[in-house]
Write a protein of this length. Structure first.
Length: 213
């Protein structure tokens, strides 16, 4: 009864166009976003991680969807992004070669403010679908840094230095790790997370992001 009243007062609407839709993403907008999908895996040189898989380019509808997912209490969009990853069977065979998924963590103050970690929600869905353990108990963010999107390239690197800490480092020794984040711009966050994971003994790292700027 409560859910009926809630839906009557605040009917579910598409996260892109605002049209009333019980799935929170109408079929038309979903198809528009899916047509923008890249799902590209590339080899990376001169970084602490070896591969980068990005699902979309960070532009147009994708940018709008990710920003609303992160900042507008639309946590349910984790299902959409996870499904887009899982439905690419060829690339998922690559993911299954890895031992664990580690979502890039948020500082506890930002977590309390937002209420959820968007990368952790997607990682949780991937664990269910692919059977790859999601480990949120290994990497923690100990410095409440300035939001990276507000900074330029060099400032991003300085801002994120020494912001992450490894717990249970023995758990990553000689392991192949999927590092999951939402947006890849300069790669500063991915590099810093990968650095501390490699120092703890990680064998190989694939950075998986929803979108690449």
């Amino acid at each position: 009864m409560f859910e009926f009243v809630l839906n009557f007062l605040f009917p579910p609407a598409c996260s892109v166009c605002g049209k009333i839709d019980k799935n929170w993403l109408c079929a038309k907008c979903q198809k528009r976003v899916e047509r923008l999908e890249k799902s590209c895996v590339v080899e990376i040189e001169n970084r602490k991680y070896e591969k980068l898989w990005y699902l979309f380019q960070y532009e147009s509808l994708v940018r709008k969807l990710i920003l609303r997912y992160k900042f507008s209490n639309k946590a349910y969009l984790n299902h959409f992004f996870a499904n887009r990853i899982v439905e690419n069977e060829r690339n998922c065979e690559i993911l299954k070669e890895y031992d664990m998924i580690i979502p890039v963590p948020m500082h506890k103050k930002k977590m309390q403010k937002r209420g959820y970690n968007q990368t952790e929600l997607v990682a949780n869905e991937l664990e269910k679908s692919l059977g790859i353990p999601m480990r949120k108990d290994i990497l923690s963010k100990v410095v409440n840094t300035t939001t990276q999107s507000k900074l330029g390239g060099k400032a991003r690197q300085t801002n994120i230095q020494h912001a992450f800490f490894i717990k249970n480092d023995y758990e990553v020794e000689d392991k192949k790790i999927i590092l999951l984040d939402d947006i890849y711009t300069t790669g500063a966050t991915s590099e810093e997370c990968s650095r501390v994971l490699k120092e703890a003994g990680a064998k190989e790292i694939l950075v998986l992001v929803l979108a690449k700027d």
